[in-house]
Design a binder for this molecule. Structure first.
Ligand SMILES: [Zn+2]
Length: 357
């Protein structure tokens, strides 16, 4: 079972249409034990030792307990309970922050991804209605909410409702502004379900992202940044052509974009001083921007080093694709300001981001 888990994790992890940076996670369970991806590891390269062995009966106690309303207190206690659910000998490992969601499925294998195509649907205004049209009632839709315990509890309630209604555990959960969970007892079954979802969405597209390369330009106005990279593709050129086209990119689609690109790109109008706007951005948001959109010139990822800028570029290319996909699914629906603030301040996410620097 563990070998199969490692091999399908590596297989999906290497597909950039499905997995970016440290995103996504997988698990396998049998006889009250679950192996789940360790936090800070990457699906593409994960080894058997990087999965964390979890005692499911201990983990499931989290759903029976009551926790304080305060976000910080609650998440700290849930994290402590998550750590306490590790099997003996696993004390040096940290399980994925999404471990509790994997435990909701009775199926052997669980695959959780944030593909741009799926998020085109989850980040669209009519997402739930359209998902029902496309996939019938064989899945669970979960509205965007605070990650961690609140999300796990909401998914747990939805799964209970589904089981009462259908007599079986759902095998797909679609999370608004986040991604998808797929579960099956076989690896082949997982693959079939994922392919069906991807093909169905693909067939519904009226417009596809255009990532064809355009000429890369220098941006001397960003010389103050340690690392700068021009995201030189056709869509980015189109979105950065004026304030109106860029507006769809100025708020985050999913927590991943906040973690790696910061919540808001810096938009600089024609003729404005880039450094002055950059300084004002830091005054407002405390952090420095990772994405700078210069009107009429292009979109640039910046960072304290080349790797940070490269990761921001990768995730922003994903956001741009999502923006294009939403045009086929009812129009963009960003994360709410309230949820964005929460993620920005969320300790667990900052931990994850620091692990992936
Ligand atoms: Zn996720």
């Amino acid at each position: 079972m563990l070998n199969k888990l490692v091999s399908f994790s590596n297989y999906y992890g290497k597909n950039p249409e499905l997995v970016l940076a440290g995103g996504g996670n997988t698990s396998a369970k049998s006889d009250g034990i679950m192996y789940v991806k360790g936090s800070g590891t990457s699906l593409a390269t994960i080894t058997a030792e990087q999965f964390v062995k979890i005692d499911l009966s201990k983990l499931n106690e989290i759903f029976e307990k009551t926790y304080p309303d305060s976000d910080d207190e609650r998440e700290a206690l849930v994290l402590a309970d998550l750590m306490a659910s590790r099997a003996e000998g696993e004390e040096s490992k940290r399980p994925s922050v999404e471990t509790t969601l994997h435990a909701l499925f009775e199926q052997t294998f669980v695959l959780h991804l944030h593909p741009a195509l799926v998020n085109g649907l989850t980040c669209s205004k009519g997402g739930e209605t359209l998902a029902t049209e496309l996939f019938g009632d064989s899945f669970i839709w979960v509205d965007a909410c605070r990650p961690g315990y609140i999300l796990a509890k909401l998914c747990c309630e939805k799964m209970q409702e589904y089981k009462e209604r259908k007599g079986v555990c759902a095998d797909i959960i679609i999370l608004q502004n986040h991604g998808i969970f797929i579960a099956d007892d076989t690896v082949e079954g997982l693959d079939e379900k994922l392919s069906k979802v991807m093909k169905t969405l693909e067939n519904h597209l009226v417009k596809k992202p255009d990532t064809s390369a355009v000429e890369s330009v220098a941006a001397p106005e960003l010389d103050f940044a340690e690392a700068v990279v021009h995201i030189a593709n056709a869509d980015c050129e189109r979105f950065s052509s004026c304030a109106e086209s860029a507006s769809v990119l100025l708020k985050p689609f999913t927590p991943d974009h906040i973690v790696y690109c910061k919540a808001f790109p810096l938009f600089v109008k024609k003729g404005e001083d880039v450094k002055a706007k950059y300084d004002r951005y830091i005054e407002s948001y405390v952090v420095s921007p990772r994405i700078v959109i210069i009107e009429g010139k292009g979109i640039f990822a910046i960072g304290t080093d080349a790797k940070q800028a490269a990761t921001a570029k990768l995730l922003f290319e994903d956001a741009v694709k999502i923006a294009v996909y939403t045009e086929s699914f009812g129009g963009a629906l960003h994360m709410s300001d309230e949820l964005t603030d929460f993620i920005v301040n969320w300790e667990v996410e900052s931990y994850r981001s620091s692990q992936n620097k």
